[in-house]
Ligand binder design. Sequence first.
Ligand SMILES: [Fe+2]
Length: 197
Amino acid sequence: MDYMNSLPWENSEFYKAWLAQTYYYTRYTTRMIAMSAAWSPSGNHEYFMTLVDHIREEHGHDQIAINDLKALDGSIDQYQENGLSRSIWETQFYKILKHPSYLFGCGIALETLAAKNLPQLYDRLLKAYPAKACNFVKVHAQEDPQHVSKLLGLTEQCSVSDREEILRSYDQIVDLYYYLLMAVHTESKERSAATAA
Ligand SMILES: [Fe+2]
């Protein structure tokens, strides 16, 4: 996403606001994966175990965003959850009830974005901030390429109609994430202006 690279990551107001919203949309990740695993077909052990492994891998990632924010003297209490962040995670619980595999669109979208953009973003952040404030991006730059290939493998086992729904969910998350980045940028400009006034 070229738009992601065009954003002012070196501006700490922007980066902190992004970390806060990242916390908000990742704090239910392990719960939603657990729900998808619970509803998975009883005969498909690969599906179930892949998601169980994924829960372990995602555990604590929301806290990494909080710790990065603290390392920049920020606090999650200074940020409200944006409606777009909430839309990213809240919609997944509805989709999982329709079919547990519909969660994959969200995972593939966010982890593809991470795999494509975060390695280069991590290098950029390290030039502006201490390493202890860059761990969320570091972890996801390293881990998400394997997650994408596992989720794509499970998606290939789904029916044509389920794959179409997963694709619709993928497109929805890409749109939501784009507008979330725009909202974070707007919020950070307002915070910078308020600080300067
Ligand atoms: Fe994660």
